[in-house]
Design a binder for this molecule. Sequence first.
Ligand SMILES: [Zn+2]
Length: 259
Amino acid sequence: MPTFAFLIRTGAFFGIFFGLLIAEWLAPRTAAAQKKSFRVLFHLGISIANSVILYLVMTWPTVSAIVYTERHGVGAAHLLGLGGWAEIAATIILFDIWDYWMHRAFHKVPFMWRFHRAHHSDMELDVTTAARFHIGELVLSGCSKCLMILVWGPSLWGLVTFDLLLNAASLFHHSNVNIPMALQDKIERLIVTPRMHRCHHSLHRDCFNTNFATILSLWDRLFGSYRWSRVKSELELVGLSSPRGAATMKIKPFLLTPL
Ligand SMILES: [Zn+2]
């Protein structure tokens, strides 16, 4: 079952990835400064290596945590007697809130920022950026997710559905597809849009530490970190003030970012 879930998750990721890649090619929001084929190879290479490591390192603790909570009735979902779609819906909402606060922690805690800045050092934003994460960040997230599993006690399918939505949302809001602002305004009432997340990656000081949500935009509104951004200067330059240039697309500096 875990291998089946892993295959569904990975298959959906690459399906949506290539779908959005074609959409970016047909209707890009901004012209790419870097060679697109290189961005695809560089970021997909990182993502595939990360997936293999995560599969080897995190599958056992994650599945063990799920099996333990199910066998012993541990976790709030079991205590509340939640099952079926109610449990899946509650798991998605709860883990989306967890993801929001983890993202805030990755910006706030200096040790965690060391890893997360590898994602933010990308000087362009497109669907490939969603595949650009340091393995250290993914392992830290995976460990905290195991703790969440012990506290909440979700089903395997609740977690798989959340993972599918999380990946789809991340690929979508990093994408460089030309979606009219008026339409993004409407979508943004429910989920995070590319415009909303571009502000999160912006170099503009007013955008710094805003728009942390991944799936539902509600959490930024609720916890006071939402920024509605349509000003061109806020959405122009993305990345970090340092590093910039060729170093941001080289594997050794990328892996050594936390140091
Ligand atoms: Zn961030």
